[in-house]
Design a binder for this molecule. Sequence first.
Ligand code: ATP
Length: 136
Amino acid sequence: VEETLVLVKPDGVARNLTGEILRRIEAKGYSLVDVKLVQAERSLLTQHYAEHEGKPFFGPLVEFMESGPIVAFRVAGNRVIEGFRSLAGTTDPSTAAPGTIRGDLGRDWGVAVQQNLVHGSDSPESAARELALWFD
Ligand code: ATP
């Protein structure tokens, strides 16, 4: 069975949305395999976001991800990598579709750039790489 890494970012944890996000994952039929609450170190975040190094939003993104605890979920299910990304919705919450995590719960990026509640691995290769980073 396929596995993915889901992160509830610091905005999601601070807004007490961890349970609501997990509820949506479980309601879809995916299974929680492992979970941890992490205050992420810079080295973990720069590895996690290595593909974005050099982009203008990289520094602010890492700072935001360091700003408070993150909840990491290891989630299993049939086609869960693609499936979770469709549950999450598009990157910018202000245009994410209703019914998605970001569309229903996300803040307008005009006032809260970087803050879009969740991360989900985008391919089998990134899921394997990211699960190894966050869960050893
Ligand atoms: P994720 O990988 O976190 O699930 P994603 O695949 O929708 O999100 P990416 O393009 O991989 O988005 O960007 C990773 C993260 O970087 C986004 O979730 C967001 O927090 C931040 N980000 C991306 N683009 C921008 C931008 N233009 N301005 C500010 N932050 C951004």
